[in-house]
Design a protein around this ligand. Structure first.
Ligand SMILES: Cc1ncc(COP(=O)(O)O)c(C=O)c1O
Length: 413
C-alpha cells in the first residue's frame, strides 16, 4: 500500500541541519533559558510578532499553555463563563477549567465546523468573560463578527490558532490579529514544531503584560525585583525550543503554501463528486487537516463508512475528527476534576448548575457522527500522493453510491 508522509516521521517534517546547528549554538552558549540572558526566546517572540504584524508575542511551553496565558490574563472569577466550541482539541478547554471558569459550548457551522456567532450570542450571560474561537483545521472562524459581539458585551475574544498558521480572513488580514489574544502551538503535529511549544500574541500591551507575567510565575522579571504580582505558572519556553522554532518559522510560508497547493489539487478532483463538499476557501486556509463534509444521502454513506472504505485503500483519513464533542469527555461529563466536588460546575460558584451531555450542540454532534471526514494532510504530499488519494476517493464514492442505490451491488464493483 502507498505510504503517505506524516508529521510523525522525518519525511513529513521540515526539520534538518539548520535546526541541529541552532541547537548546538544554544548548548555551546551555556544559556538554556532566557532568564539567564538567553537570546533565542526574545528573538522568536520578536520574529513571530513581526510576522503577524502585532506588537507583542509571548513564547511558552505548549499551545495549551498559550491559551492558559490568555485565559489567565482575562482572570475569571470561579464560576465565570467562557464560551467556546465542542469541536476542538481538549487543550482549548483545559485552561478554562484550570482557572475555575465554566466552559459554555456553542454550536458550530454545519459546513465548516467553526463557531456559529448566533449560537455564541445566544449563550452570553452576565457571567460571560470571554469567547474562545478555534480556526478549525486551518479555516478562518468568523472572528470579525465574534469580535463585534465580544465588544458589544464587554468580553474578551481569544483566537485559538493552533491549527491555523497564516490562515487569512476574507479581507486578507491574518487569523490571530483580531482577538484580544491569539494562541499558537508548536507541538509535533503542527505546521511547524519544536516538539512542544506555544506562542500567545496580542496587540494590547496590558493584555500582553498580563500574559507574560502568567507564563513566569507572576514574576515581573524585567524590573529585577523578586516578587510575584499575580498568579501564574512556569510555562517558560526553553532556549532549545526557541532556537528550533526560529528556524522552523522561516520555513512556515513554504509549508503552508505546499499544503494549500496539494489541497487545491485534491479539491479540484473531488468537486464533481455528488454529496462531497470540500472547503471553498483553500487559498486562505492553512490546511492543517483537509475536511470533507458529506451530504450523506447524495454521497451514499456516512463518514464512518467512507473513513473505513478509504482507510482500506490506504488513505490517511478519520471520521469526525473527534469520537465525541469535548463536553462528552469523562473529565467534563463526569466532572472528573477538583476531587469530584463538582466545582466549578455547581451553583455556587456558577450562576446555575452546569451539566453536559448528548444533544447540547446537535450540529457538532452530526459533524462528528455522520458528515465530517478529515484527510490527514502534510506539506510533503506530492502531486502523485494527491492523485492517489483522489483516485481512491472516486472509487470509494462510486462503490458506496452504487451500494446505497442497489443494496448488495457494491460487491465486485
Ligand atoms: C485547536 C487546538 N487547540 C489547542 C491545542 C493544544 O496545543 P498543544 O498540544 O500544543 O498543547 C491544539 C493542539 O493539539 C489544537 O489543535
Amino acid at each position: 500500500m502507498r505510504h503517505y508522509p506524516s508529521a510523525a516521521e522525518p519525511a513529513g517534517r521540515s526539520l534538518g541541519d539548520a535546526e541541529t546547528a541552532a541547537l548546538a549554538e544554544v548548548i555551546a552558549s551555556g544559556k538554556l533559558n532566557f532568564t539567564v540572558g538567553g537570546t533565542q526566546t526574545p528573538a522568536l517572540e520578536h520574529e513571530f510578532a513581526t510576522l503577524l504584524g502585532v506588537d507583542h508575542a509571548v513564547a511558552c511551553s505548549s499551545g495549551t499553555a498559550a491559551l492558559h496565558l490568555a485565559v489567565g490574563a482575562v482572570d475569571p472569577a470561579p464560576g465565570d463563563e467562557i464560551i467556546t466550541t465542542p469541536l476542538t482539541d481538549f487543550g482549548t478547554v483545559i485552561p478554562i477549567l484550570a482557572q475555575n471558569a465554566v466552559p459554555v459550548f456553542a454550536d458550530v457551522d454545519p459546513e465548516t465546523g467553526v463557531l456559529d456567532p448566533v449560537s455564541v450570542e445566544s449563550l452570553i450571560s452576565g457571567r460571560t468573560r470571554a469567547i474562545v474561537a478555534v480556526h478549525l483545521f486551518g479555516a478562518a472562524a468568523p472572528v470579525d463578527t465574534l469580535r463585534e459581539i465580544a465588544d458589544q458585551y464587554g468580553v474578551a475574544l481569544i483566537e485559538d490558532c493552533a491549527q491555523a498558521y497564516l490562515t487569512a480572513l476574507p479581507d486578507g488580514r491574518l487569523a490571530g490579529t483580531v482577538g484580544h489574544a491569539s494562541c499558537f502551538s508548536l507541538q509535533q503535529y503542527k505546521h511547524i514544531t519544536c516538539g512542544d511549544g506555544g506562542l500567545a500574541v496580542s496587540a494590547d500591551p496590558q493584555f500582553a503584560a498580563a500574559m507574560r507575567l502568567f507564563a513566569d510565575k507572576g514574576w515581573p522579571r524585567a524590573t529585577g525585583e523578586r516578587t510575584h504580582l499575580s498568579f501564574g505558572m512556569n510555562y517558560r519556553m526553553t532556549e532549545l525550543q526557541a532556537a528550533v522554532a526560529r528556524v522552523q518559522l522561516v520555513k512556515l510560508p513554504s509549508v503552508v503554501e505546499r499544503r494549500r497547493h496539494s489541497a487545491r489539487r485534491l479539491a479540484e478532483a473531488l468537486r464533481p463528486l455528488a454529496g462531497i463538499r470540500v472547503p471553498a476557501d483553500l487559498d486562505r486556509h492553512a490546511v492543517w487537516l483537509l475536511p470533507v463534509v458529506l451530504d450523506v444521502d447524495a454521497a451514499g454513506a456516512d463518514n464512518q463508512a467512507y473513513a473505513k472504505a478509504l482507510a482500506a485503500e490506504g488513505v490517511p483519513v478519520s471520521a469526525g475528527y473527534l469520537d465525541q464533542p469535548v463536553y462528552g469527555y469523562p473529565a467534563i461529563a463526569q466532572r472528573r476534576l477538583y476531587g469530584g466536588s463538582g466545582f466549578p460546575f455547581t451553583s455556587p460558584p456558577a450562576r446555575v448548575e452546569f451539566r453536559y451531555g448528548p444533544g447540547l450542540c446537535p450540529r457538532a454532534e452530526r459533524l462528528i457522527g455522520r458528515t465530517l471526514l478529515v484527510l490527514h494532510w502534510n506539506e510533503a504530499y506530492t502531486d502523485g500522493d494527491v492523485d492517489a488519494i483522489a483516485e481512491a476517493f472516486v472509487r470509494v464514492h462510486h462503490r458506496l453510491r452504487v451500494g446505497s442505490l442497489h443494496p448488495g451491488a457494491e460487491i465486485g464493483v
